[in-house]
Write a protein that binds this ligand. Structure first.
Ligand code: FAD
Ligand code: DLZ
Ligand code: SF4
Length: 506
């Protein structure tokens, strides 16, 4: 007999390891200290993973599987995935482990280098296999999501008229950059009341991980496939129609806008990417969902989500440690809830602490943008994102953080860094209205810190970026400034960086 390993983000009944199981094989699942502790995960994330694991284990048992489940507080808990497998192999006499390839190099190495015979099967819960991605990437001078995305549209047939994109355009992104107005009737994401299993998990998490950054209560994430399907229905019905228009917008008093929060369920394996996209396509075909909403949503899933996974595995185990811009600053304390006068950062961090969620533009253009402008060590930024978001698993988090957000991969994920002054945040949000900084001021005691830091970043990385045709205009603006203005901006940026170094409030 063999052990069939199911990890915390492999909660899919059609998982390759489960498909490979034969009569007599035993499924192993384990809540272990190593997985809960490789970063200081947000308590909501730990509760989500543990509760979803326990519910999934129930479903497996009901389906008649033999299953050995280790709870985090079981006295015999060996503390790591490998030591649990060894313990279970000794107990059962199993001679081999079958596993679906984990979504993290660290765990792949642990399984491959351990003392047990482990067979790793491909994870086929994606639209694009890793081999297919490599074949697409091979020989290209640069990898760009847009070209990959078109291949995935052709492959899946999603929103296609024969071999042409529905509506005549592949990408409706330019329609998706509107500001949002507060709207008390905007639907909220689907929320669920914790059942007894979740309640028990919440007690354990409170006791063991209650000191980690983040609020455990209220906990309303879904933890089963049935709930995830309800959340999908709810999103399609109420939020999808307006998804496109306000996709990039941020509002102080509306943390979710029209976002789906489906990454949580997709990344645990409770939903599959194709079923989600097909549901969205159907709603668009039925009318009532504009093309920019449906296309924008589908692009995030069969485009970005698949693309970043391909990059993570193609680039290799060192990916998360890259630091192309040689940024060395410590992550400022404000990311862990320390004081700040910057209203946008305070809103994004408060929301992250309370919800274990922030939407894409908050992650990219507020917290990510500031860390990049301030020259924070990307490994620390990566650890933060991996810890604080409920949907964070390395295969998807690292390319978004290290690549897209921090440009630490030197341009594999994106062709230019995502940096902006305060102007972008002011255009896309209502944060600046309540801020003690002045978004319009480039210098002076009240100047928005994004403004001088933006020019400081461009100036210090001129050798790398000035030749980038997509950044030429911005360098021309810098060069047109009077030398005295340039030096004032750089001096003020240095003062802000000094304040960050000495842990003064900015
Ligand atoms: P929606 O706005 O409703 O989007 C729909 C779906 O598209 C998401 O559920 C998600 O599955 C997918 N998607 C959208 N953008 C991306 C993207 N860039 N990469 C991969 N999938 C995408 N996403 C994660 O799933 N896990 C992470 O750990 C993660 N870390 C990030 C870190 C940084 C610095 C940045 C800039 C982005 C990160 N993202 C991550 C991508 C994106 O921010 C989240 O997928 C999104 O905010 C999830 O919320 P949602 O489900 O409401 O998304
Ligand atoms: C994130 C996480 C946590 C917090 N705990 C567990 C756990 O106890 N057992 C487990 O099997 N998986 C856990 N996970 C998910 C893994 O750490 C890891 O991130 C993914 O399997 C990699 O794709
Ligand atoms: Fe953020 Fe600057 Fe706006 Fe304040 S003024 S909210 S710091 S962008």
């Amino acid at each position: 007999m063999r052990l069939i390993l199911v990890l915390g983000d492999q909660l899919s009944h059609d998982l390759t390891a489960l498909r490979a199981a034969e009569p007599g094989d035993v499924v192993v699942m384990a809540e272990v200290a190593d997985e809960a502790g490789y970063v200081q995960h947000h308590p909501k994330k730990i509760a989500l993973v543990f509760s979803a694991m326990r519910h999934f284990a129930e479903e497996l048992r009901e389906a008649g599987r033999d299953l050995l489940y280790t709870r985090s507080d079981d006295p015999g808990n060996a503390g790591s995935i490998m030591s649990e497998l060894i313990r279970r192999a000794e107990e059962t006499g199993a001679g081999e482990v079958i596993a679906t390839r984990p979504g993290e190099w660290r765990l792949i190495a642990a399984l491959e280098d351990g003392p047990l015979k482990v067979t790793l099967l491909p994870d086929d819960r994606f639209v694009c296999s890793l081999e297919e991605f490599d074949a697409w990437a091979e020989g290209r001078k640069e990898l760009r999501m847009e070209w990959f995305y078109r291949e995935m549209r052709r492959k899946t047939g999603l929103m296609m008229d024969g071999d042409k994109p529905a509506g005549g355009k592949w990408n409706y992104d330019h329609d998706n950059r509107k500001r949002a107005e507060p709207d008390m009737f905007r639907a909220k994401p689907m929320q669920f009341t914790p059942d007894d299993i979740t309640q028990e998990v919440l007690d354990v998490v409170e006791a063991r991980f209650g000191d980690n950054f983040g609020e455990l209560h209220p906990f309303w994430f879904g933890v089963t496939r049935r709930q995830a399907l309800r959340a999908l229905d709810h999103f399609v019905k109420y939020s999808l129609p307006g998804f496109g228009d306000v996709q990039d917008a941020m509002l102080r008093d509306d943390r979710f806008l029209n976002h789906s929060l489906l990454s949580i369920y997709l990344n645990l394996g409770l939903l599959g990417p194709l079923e989600v996209c097909e549901r969205v396509e159907k709603a668009w075909q039925a009318g009532g969902v504009p093309i920019n909403a449906a296309e924008g949503f589908i692009r995030q899933i069969i485009g970005w989500r698949e693309f970043v996974r391909g990059v993570y595995f193609r680039e290799g185990p060192d990916y998360a440690q890259r630091n192309a811009l040689n940024h060395q600053r410590k992550l400022p304390a404000l990311y862990w809830g320390g004081e700040t006068n910057m209203a946008c950062l305070r809103a994004a961090v408060d929301q992250t602490r309370e919800e274990a969620y922030a939407h894409h533009i908050q992650r990219l253009m507020v917290t990510g943008n500031f860390a990049l402008l301030a020259g924070v060590n990307p490994a620390e930024v990566h650890e933060w994102y991996l810890a604080v978001y409920a949907d964070a698993f390395e295969w998807v988090e690292a390319p978004n953080t290290v690549g897209m957000s921090q440009f630490a991969d030197g341009g594999v994920v994106g062709s230019k860094p995502y940096v902006s002054s305060g102007n972008y945040i002011n255009k896309m949000s209502d944060y600046c209205v309540g801020c003690s900084h002045d978004v319009k001021a480039r210098t002076g005691p009240k100047a928005c810190p994004f403004n001088p830091l933006y020019w400081h970043f461009l100036n210090r990385h001129r050798d790398r970026f000035a030749k980038n045709p997509r950044m030429a205009n911005i360098y021309r603006t810098w060069e047109r400034m009077k030398a005295v203005e340039q030096s004032r901006i750089l001096k003020e940026a240095e003062a802000i960086l000094d304040r960050l170094s000495t842990e003064e409030v900015v």
